[in-house]
Design a binder for this molecule. Structure first.
Ligand SMILES: N[C@@H](CCC(=O)N[C@@H](CS)C(=O)NCC(=O)O)C(=O)O
Length: 336
């Protein structure tokens, strides 16, 4: 037999085998959207009344941890890596059984999953005896809280595309510099897993682009500059609204005297601004917001839900971003 034909045959067989393995793996990692809220029809294995699948860095995970801490609820903690913290564990076969949409956080109550972090907050508040601790009894104040819970939420599959919608949606664009710094430590092979199996390919492509460009070059890419600027402008407008609301309520909290779920949502956004080294630009020039940020940091839940989960790569990223600004290496077309 001709040697070339033999090599060709072997290559073809290996190729076909690879394709079959890939198709099988893809079938086992089916992802799809999930309905919001409690799913009583789904029962998952659990060891405790409350189980939280979460990630140290994820904004929505922080929010739910802070809420559980405020209510002093114990929970079984299951940490799930996202690509920025190490690998695409969120699209592993095991985790997709918990959430086929491949996102964190997922809260289980007696094994039943609750999807979407704002639903998780209101579910917790409505199921515990002391739910009104974080929920005003007065109907008008309750309306204000609900509006701000929404305003601090991360809505839709592509929040980066609509930073004007909510302060939550303005956060991911401002997180790009942190992502770009974190992803320098992640091997390309781990990102490729996302290209193959992630439901939203755009996210994986973006991480690959940041990985290949490095931090400084990422911050010079025109679309990135555009997204960061648009997100900073949108966040400024959301913080204008917050400032007005705090003045109107008389503080110290969004609804006045009572710390509510709305403040839980805002706390983690401020923490994200801290991580991205955006406080100087967006918060520290405004006395009302400075006071608000100070009281937020004094809550024990800020420590147990945010500070104690500080991810070393995020801490390094914050230092790296501040150093770039100090060294005059921050791009001139991005505000600082
Ligand atoms: N709207 C959802 C957003 C969930 C979400 O997008 N979570 C992010 C982390 S904050 C995630 O899991 N991303 C993983 C990925 O896209 O690969 C919620 O509020 O729970």
């Amino acid at each position: 037999m001709d040697l070339n034909a033999l090599i060709g045959g072997v290559a073809l067989t290996i190729g076909l085998l690879g394709l079959m393995l890939f198709l099988r793996e893809r079938a086992l990692r089916q992802t799809h959207e999930v309905p919001q809220g409690l799913q009583v029809q789904i029962s998952l294995p659990h060891k405790a009344q409350w189980t939280l699948y979460h990630n140290p860095f994820s904004l929505c995970s922080k929010k739910v941890r802070v809420c559980l801490a405020e209510y002093e609820l114990d929970y079984d903690s299951v940490l799930i890596d996202l690509i920025e913290t190490g690998s695409y564990q969120n699209i592993s076969r095991e985790f997709l059984k918990v959430n086929p949409a491949a996102t964190v956080p997922v809260l289980l109550h007696n094994g039943h999953p609750i999807y979407e972090s704002h639903e998780q907050l209101s579910y917790v508040a409505s199921s515990v005896n002391n739910g009104d601790l974080l929920v005003p009894q007065d109907a008008q104040a309750r309306q204000v809280m609900d509006m701000w819970v929404e305003k601090t939420s991360l809505l839709g599959d592509d929040p980066i595309a609509s930073p004007e919608a909510t302060a939550g949606n303005a956060a991911p664009g401002l997180t790009i510099p942190i992502f770009a710094s974190m992803v320098t430590r992640i091997p390309v092979t781990k990102i490729v897993v996302g290209l193959l199996f992630h439901r939203i390919k755009k996210r994986a492509i973006f991480f690959l682009l940041m990985k290949l460009s490095g931090l400084q070059k990422t911050l010079k890419l025109n679309p990135v500059v555009g997204i960061i600027n648009r997100s900073a402008t949108a966040m400024t407008a959301h913080l204008d609204d917050l400032e007005l609301q705090l003045e109107h309520s008389g503080g110290p909290w969004i609804c006045g005297d009572q710390f509510t779920l709305a403040d839980v949502g805002m706390m983690v956004i401020f923490d994200r601004l801290r991580e991205g080294d955006w406080l100087d630009l967006l918060v520290l020039q405004r006395p009302v917001l400075v006071d608000y940020w100070m009281v937020l940091q004094q809550r024990p839940s800020y420590h147990s839900g945010c500070v104690s989960f500080a991810h070393p790569r995020v801490t390094e990223a914050t230092v790296e971003l501040a150093a770039l600004k100090q060294a005059g290496q921050w791009p001139s077309d991005i505000p600082r």
